[in-house]
Design a protein around this ligand. Structure first.
Ligand code: HEC
Ligand SMILES: [Cu+2]
Length: 320
């Protein structure tokens, strides 16, 4: 046994202890019934072993006994279900005002983009005592983002945004694993989560020369000539994107969608999938020209386009 041997990973998020308590309950119930049943099997096989002068007693049923062994397991499994569902739902409902960090998984690394322009690879800096939401997508195959110390894990899929949230409780460095076999170097797809105080995180964040996602997105918007069709006054061949995020978009052929990240991504890479009502399907697809990180930057930029907001920065000046 090494000195730092531990049965469980360190517990460093608000979920960790709650997941461990539920897990302990499952283990205790399983161990208790395994021991009970095993000892009864041994006891009965000795007590009722074949002997020379034994009598058969035929038992046809016992109402109370049967009711007992149906109701007790039912109650135990309902406790497991309600308890588990409660924690699961909390993990799956994103918090109100999280710190948003964008993640791209690719063979075989994690690319992480913080707000305000700081980017990193295979390292994730987060402040403690603050909800952090990761918005993730894969550039190639299915990966899975797993932080054992936080007890959180989420598949990262190609073509589809998935998210994950946690609130770290203890400064330190924790393992980050890819938990979905993703090719030759899957086992090297490792990283570190660095939890610091909010003050340390802010100064770490400010210490960069990189441009923010929004500004990088604004530059892509110009470079790919999106602004040829998408003009702020709505007089171009495409709809104005101002105020688009979060709004209800009527679609050609009926129906409507809420303009979330997934819809924006699909509109850019696969415009024919959902065509905005009363527009021609003339937007070219940018599949193959923009990678997932580019698309995330474009989305970050489109999110800043709100009515009343200052127009898009012409130069690469930070917008916030
Ligand atoms: C040739 C003109 C043209 C160009 C260039 C163009 N678009 Fe479009 N775009 C359209 C049209 C027309 C629509 C509406 C029809 C549709 O949904 O396909 C649209 C729809 C969209 C939508 C959905 C808008 C809504 O109101 O729901 C988004 C987002 C978008 N484009 C982003 C972009 C981005 C980002 C670029 C540059 C990388 C770009 N577009 C380049 C013409 C264009
Ligand atoms: Cu992977």
């Amino acid at each position: 046994m090494t000195p730092d041997f531990r049965l469980f990973p360190e517990s460093a998020s608000t979920f960790a202890d709650r997941v461990d308590h539920l897990y302990a309950f499952l283990v205790i119930v399983a161990v208790f019934f395994t021991a009970l049943i095993a000892s009864l099997i041994i006891y009965f096989s000795i007590k009722y072993r074949r002997r020379v002068h034994h009598e058969h007693v035929q038992i046809t049923g016992n109402y109370w006994l049967e009711a007992t062994w149906a109701i007790i397991p039912l109650m135990l499994t309902m406790v497991m279900f309600v308890w588990g569902a409660k924690i699961f739902l909390e993990m799956r409902s994103m918090p109100a005002n999280p710190l948003n960090i964008r993640v791209v998984g690719k063979q075989w690394m994690w690319k992480i983009q913080h707000p305000l322009g700081r980017a990193e690879i295979n390292e994730l800096h987060v402040p403690m005592d603050q909800p952090v939401q990761l918005n993730m997508i894969s550039q190639d195959v299915i990966h899975s983002f797993y932080i054992p110390a936080f007890r959180v894990k989420q598949d990262v899929l190609p073509g589809y945004y998935s998210s994950l949230w946690f609130q770290a409780t203890k400064p330190g460095r924790y393992h980050l694993f890819c938990a979905e076999y993703c090719g030759t170097n899957h086992s090297q797809m490792l990283g570190t989560v660095v939890v610091t105080t909010p003050e340390e995180y802010s100064s770490w964040l400010a210490n960069t020369s990189g441009e923010s996602s929004e500004v990088a997105g604004a530059r892509l918007f110009e470079r790919f000539r999106c602004d040829n069709c998408h003009k702020t006054d709505g007089l171009g061949d495409g709809p104005s994107l101002t105020g688009l995020v979060g709004s209800r978009v009527p679609l050609a052929g009926g129906g409507a969608v809420i303009a979330n990240d997934q819809y924006l991504r699909d509109s850019i890479l696969n415009p024919a999938k959902q065509v905005v009502a009363s527009y021609e399907p003339i937007m070219p697809s940018y599949q193959g020209q923009l990678n997932e990180a580019d698309v995330q930057q474009l989305i970050a930029y489109i999110e800043t386009l709100k009515p009343g907001n200052a127009p898009r920065p012409e130069s690469a000046a930070p917008s916030e």
